[in-house]
Design a protein around this ligand. Structure first.
Ligand code: MN
Ligand code: MN
Length: 468
């Protein structure tokens, strides 16, 4: 039977209309298997890197295995050399030296490794009504009620007065206890249910239950607190005052899991932005003998405004690029002004349960690929860097010509809310930058969801960018 000829309108439509399609429909079975196996490594990374410090130490170990060594500003580097710079154990720069002169600029992938969580206060431990609890101050933008009645783990470091560092991780091993923020039973929540959403659980109600059994001695008060301090002393050799010089983070205790009967999604804590951190890291680890010098940044403090000397509004990235530029005998500002960057951060995935918060034509969707977001910001693009069309066109063309499945995204409908990324701080250095990352469902919740195809396409996108 002869093929029915396409109508003139149909032919014209195929030529002129944007053709959007679910990425799974564009791939064959073997490519989908590759995606799934890539995400097994991703899930392991998420389980091992629940804090910024753990992400740095995990990434450093992976980098060393791939021939990276610690950066030495006095050393002369050749093309193909691979180095890392560890900024206080909380942010990390990886660099592979390229073959072309550095004055042509460097290529940067920049993701963040801090995630919303509950931080312990400096005097956290107290006893009330025969229970021991920890006071917290939440970090980043959370819906506080989501952090009650889920199993929690305690991660972080305690630096004793003598400088000794104690690493803490309780709640991850199957034999470990976990902790919990309590909530009211519905039977007695009549007054609580009248509270506005941000106050359903209030900031000062995010108290973590850590113990219940009193120290058996009638001579002492605060017996439960004493017994908890005694357990901590036996385990870590710490006393109550050591909490004052600690960074202890309360995070969900559950592990990364496949979501859905078809296992197409990953559910886990901290995917914003460790999904882009892992994919950018993997792209850096396999990057060999690039033309441009390639710089991968895993930064801290994005969730609270990129502040502090481990966040990207500080000068540590600029100082590093100046240092490698000087090493190559190149004018530093020239290197910066010729550099480009993918700000590797997540975007909102369209959620069919809450369609009204997004404008459907410009939202990103699960399984439609890695998402490029030209602008973020709020109330008329306020506070964002709004990428140059020329740079967007360049990224678009290298993605298209290298089989990267990608889409665009916008952070919700106009005037609803908004947000920002590290892009604006990178742009402040005179660097061309655009946001590229994975769409996420339930962003900033204890259990965030991404599509495996999008995770893989982020990795492929970052990889293609470093090579082209
Ligand atoms: Mn983010
Ligand atoms: Mn975030």
């Amino acid at each position: 039977m002869a093929n029915k000829e396409k109508s003139a309108g149909k032919v014209l439509q195929e030529k002129l209309f944007s053709q959007r399609k679910n990425g799974i429909l564009k791939l064959d079975h073997s490519e989908v298997e590759k995606i799934d196996s890539f995400c097994e490594g991703y899930k392991r990374f998420l389980d091992n890197a629940k804090t910024e410090r753990e992400a740095v130490s995990t990434a450093v170990n992976m980098a060393k295995d791939c021939g990276y060594s610690e950066y030495d500003p006095k050393k002369k580097y050749q093309s193909g050399d691979r180095v890392y710079y560890n900024n206080r154990g909380k942010s990390l720069i990886l660099c592979v030296f390229g073959t072309e002169p550095m004055e042509n600029g460097v290529k940067i992938n920049a993701a963040h490794i801090d995630s919303p969580r509950l931080d312990l206060k400096q005097h956290p431990l107290y006893e009330s009504s025969d229970l021991a609890l920890l006071k917290t101050h939440y970090y980043g933008g959370i819906k506080k009620y989501q952090w009650a009645t889920i199993p929690l783990a305690l991660h972080g470091v305690i630096i004793k007065a003598n400088g000794e560092k104690v690493d803490v991780c309780i709640g991850e091993d199957d034999s470990d206890p976990v902790f919990v923020v309590t909530d009211l039973l519905p039977h007695l929540a009549q007054e609580q249910s009248k509270r506005a959403l941000p106050d359903v659980i209030k900031g000062e109600e995010l108290n973590v239950l850590i113990g219940s059994r009193p120290f058996n001695d009638d001579e002492v008060s605060e017996k439960v607190k004493l017994s908890i301090l005694s357990i901590l002393f036996d385990k870590y050799g710490i006393v109550e005052d050591d909490f004052m010089s600690a960074e202890l983070e309360v995070v969900p205790a559950f592990k990364a899991k496949d979501v859905g009967l078809d296992r197409g999604l990953v559910g886990a804590y901290g995917q914003d932005d460790r999904v882009c951190a892992y994919t950018a890291l993997m792209a850096a680890l396999e990057c060999e003998n690039p033309v441009s010098t390639c710089v991968t940044v895993l930064t801290d403090k994005e969730e609270i405004g990129s502040v502090g000397n481990t966040g990207l509004s500080s000068e540590y990235l600029k100082h590093f690029i100046y240092s490698i530029a000087e090493g190559a005998g190149t004018n530093c500002p020239t290197v910066l002004s010729h550099s480009t960057c993918l700000s590797a951060d997540v975007s909102v995935a369209f959620d069919p349960t809450f369609p009204e918060v997004c404008e459907s034509m410009n939202s990103s969707y699960c399984n439609y690929g890695v998402a490029m977001c030209k602008y973020t910001g709020s109330r008329g693009k306020g506070g964002c860097s709004d990428a140059n069309a020329e740079f967007v066109a360049y990224v678009r063309s290298i993605f298209d010509s290298n089989g990267v499945i990608w889409q665009t995204s916008e952070l919700g409908r106009v005037d609803l809310g908004g947000g920002g990324t590290v892009a604006a701080y990178v742009a402040n250095l005179g660097i061309d930058v655009v946001d590229v990352g994975v769409p996420v469902l339930c962003m900033h919740a204890p259990f965030e969801v991404t599509a495996k195809l999008d995770v893989y396409m982020a990795y492929k996108g970052f990889s293609v960018y470093l090579k082209n």
